[in-house]
Ligand binder design. Structure first.
Ligand code: NAD
Ligand code: UGA
Length: 468
């Protein structure tokens, strides 16, 4: 019969490990959950007295306040947590490789492998090892080989795949009421039994019919497939937004009309300045690499186009800003509102704002940037990484981080909305207008503001997916 899980260890206290295992602790008071990480600063933040957590996610603090110290613990003592646990989530980062074979495409599995090797070295009792990170199809096999080659006698490992589908900004609601929980296992009696152990954990709050159990490889591939198809919808609508701008059609009206078809559905059809986030691009490139390794070049090219279209969308938007501002932005000041890759998160990974600002800087414009949640240090790091050859001091001469949208707009020629923070819709636009150079331009990269209202104030408004 399946092992009843009483102690869980989660390796990786990031955007996935932190929220996911905090919710498990909240919903399963009988399970002791320890989230570990090598990064001391991150763990200190999770443990901070004033709950100044390392990631911003609406509703997260509340959950951590309820469970921390009761059955939820954060620690850098990775070995102790591994030793004690009967089930271990591996929730470490899997970024795109920057060098070596598959550079620019393949997932860097080094962190997964190091965590796996640590488990093999430390474990003295049976463990269920759960792949939570997003990984290429068949990674579980490599994990099993490593674990089995290094295991102690009488110590068995079962490997499960349990990909995470939460989106940042809505992580807590996604975790409380997931569309589905997916668990993949080998279809052996041991594999199925391990799968049941994990399913029982989720069954504490997820309805049974939403817990899908499948084969290991299907589970791994389903995660890449889901992200690829979500990103594909955005690239499709963004491709159509270019046609709208050239023809006079309105992308919001097109999305709405198309989304009314129940087979298509209304979600994820919002045109934008391009998708960002740590995963869409990474996971599609991963799928492209997988397809190429499997000698399926047509399949690789098909998915590749989703990323190419996204790059095109960002480029097209910065070009439109320059063209509209009388074909030069040299010496002009541009206020960029929003730096996070989407609203309600402080995360900036692959944010479109980074590319836009880089483009503006290369045109020798000045940029004021304001984001309600992103920490300043992160903005400097991202801008430096985007332009590695430009000394940071030079970047700082061109870029100012403003404490509010109002101050960002002071003395600016144009406002560019890069993130759909609600506060940008509700700000006092008349007040912003007064502080700007005239003509004052607004470029709405997020279909966020009421263009008519702003035009009445005096702004010249350019909206994605609408003709100028
Ligand atoms: P993250 O970078 O925020 O967190 C990963 C953490 O793992 C880091 O804090 C790092 O220090 C730690 N770590 C790395 N190696 C370690 C080791 N050997 N021992 C202990 N700690 C170690 O990453 P994330 O955003 O949480 O993503 C994790 C995985 O989940 C990725 O594979 C990602 O694709 C996937 N995923 C992410 C999201 C998301 O919204 N961010 C959603 C679904 C799936
Ligand atoms: C995405 C998926 O939605 C999650 O299911 C998945 O677990 C996660 O990736 C992951 O694997 O990391 P996330 O990147 O956090 O979640 O956020 P999304 O809401 O998917 O937004 C991604 C990007 O697409 C954002 O830049 C957002 O602004 C953009 N987007 C989204 C659009 O441009 N238009 C839309 O209609 C929707």
């Amino acid at each position: 019969s399946p092992v009843k899980v009483t102690k869980i260890c989660c390796i990786g206290a990031g955007y996935v490990g932190g929220p996911t295992c905090s919710v498990i602790a909240l919903k399963c008071p009988h399970i002791r959950v320890t989230i570990v990480d090598l990064n001391q600063a991150r763990i200190d933040a999770w443990n901070s007295d004033d709950f100044n957590l390392p990631i911003y996610e609406p509703g997260l603090e509340d959950v951590v306040r309820q469970a921390r110290g009761r059955n939820l613990f954060f620690s850098t003592d990775v070995d102790k947590a591994i030793e004690e646990a009967d089930l271990i989530f591996v929730s470490v980062n899997t970024p795109t490789k920057k060098s070596g074979v598959g550079a620019g495409f393949a997932a860097d599995l080094n962190y997964v492998e190091l965590a796996t090797r640590r488990i093999a070295t430390i474990a003295r009792s049976n463990k269920i090892v759960v792949e939570k990170s997003t990984v290429p199809c068949r990674t579980a096999e490599s994990m099993r080989t490593i674990l089995e080659a290094n295991s102690k006698p009488n110590c068995r490992f079962d490997i499960l795949s349990n990909p995470e589908f939460l989106a940042e900004g809505t992580a807590m609601t996604d975790l409380f009421k997931p569309d589905r929980v997916l668990i993949g296992s080998l279809q052996t009696p041991e594999g199925i039994s391990a799968c049941q152990s994990l399913a029982q954990v989720y069954a504490n709050w997820v309805p049974k019919e939403c817990i899908l159990t499948v084969g290991l490889w299907s589970s791994e591939l389903s995660k890449l497939a889901a992200n690829a198809m979500l990103a594909q919808r955005i690239s499709s609508i963004n491709a159509l937004s270019a046609i709208c701008e050239a023809t006079g059609a309105n992308i919001d009206e097109v999305s709405n009309a198309v989304g009314y078809d129940t087979r298509i559905g209304p979600k994820f059809l919002k045109a934008s300045v391009g998708f960002g986030g740590s995963c869409f691009q990474k996971d599609i490139l991963n799928l492209v690499y997988l397809s190429e390794s499997l000698h399926l070049p047509e399949v690789a090219a098909y998915w590749r186009q989703v990323v190419d279209m996204n790059e095109y969308q960002k480029r097209r938007f910065s070009q439109r800003v320059v063209d509209t501002l009388f074909k030069t932005i040299t010496g002009k000041r541009i206020a960029v509102l929003g730096f996070a890759f989407k609203a309600d998160t402080g995360d900036t990974r692959e944010s479109a704002a980074i590319t836009l600002i880089k483009d503006f800087l290369s045109e020798r414009a000045f940029v004021n940037v304001y984001d309600p949640k992103v920490v300043h240090e992160q903005i400097w790091m991202d801008l430096q990484e985007a332009s590695p050859l430009v000394p940071l001091d030079n970047i700082k001469k061109q870029v100012t981080i403003s404490p509010s949208a109002f101050e960002a707009a002071q003395g600016a020629d144009a406002i560019v909305i890069a993130t759909e923070w609600k506060e940008f819709r509700d700000i006092d636009w008349e007040r912003l207008y007064k502080g700007m150079n005239k003509p004052a331009f607004v470029f709405d990269g997020r279909l966020l503001v009421d263009a008519e209202k702003l035009t009445k104030i005096g702004f010249k408004v350019t909206t994605i997916g609408r003709p100028s």
